[in-house]
Design a binder for this molecule. Structure first.
Ligand code: CMP
Length: 147
């Protein structure tokens, strides 16, 4: 399987509910590594740019309101087949459709308040990672660590 990177966001609902660590534990348990991470509060401009593909959809304005309502944790995940692996552990977007045990089954409370975001393709993963992190802020796991 190909080594890939994907972008993950722990959304304001999950940050507010003290779930950062539990979500990161689920990510690490499926073999993905967190290779970049920051807590930040998105501006309306940033959230609008990030979710530009959804502009005009009925949920767009409330999505921007929600994503700017509190801090988020933005992280780059790396591992075998990272995009699909993360989407699988994250679970389906729509509330009630996520497989039991997934992050969203465990922690989402509605379609909108769904705890986490993940890139949906290789192309979008690259765009979304570049949106938040310059390459030099991403940990290269092949670097050796000091003895
Ligand atoms: P996310 O993976 O972050 O991508 C877009 C977000 O829009 C999605 O998760 C949901 O949180 C939110 N959203 C709210 N309502 C809908 C909807 N009806 N269809 C798709 N996404 C929705």
């Amino acid at each position: 399987m190909a080594m890939e990177r994907t972008l993950s966001i722990i959304k304001p609902d999950a940050v507010h509910a003290n779930l950062i660590g539990k979500i990161q534990a689920q990510i690490e348990e499926v073999g993905l590594s967190i290779v970049a991470m920051k807590m930040t509060r998105l501006s309306r401009q940033q959230a609008g740019d990030f979710y530009a593909v959804h502009k005009g959809k009925p949920f767009y304005e409330s999505l921007i309101d929600f994503m700017t309502s509190g801090p988020v944790v933005v992280q780059v995940l790396e591992g075998d087949d990272a995009i699909k692996t993360y989407r699988k552990v994250m679970g389906a977007t729509m509330f009630g459709q996520a497989e039991p045990g997934t992050i969203r089954a465990n922690f989402a409370t509605s379609d909108a308040h769904n705890a986490a975001h993940g890139s949906d393709s290789e192309e979008n993963a690259l765009i979304e990672i570049n949106f938040f992190f310059p390459e030099k802020q991403i940990y290269h796991r092949s670097e050796s660590i000091a003895e």
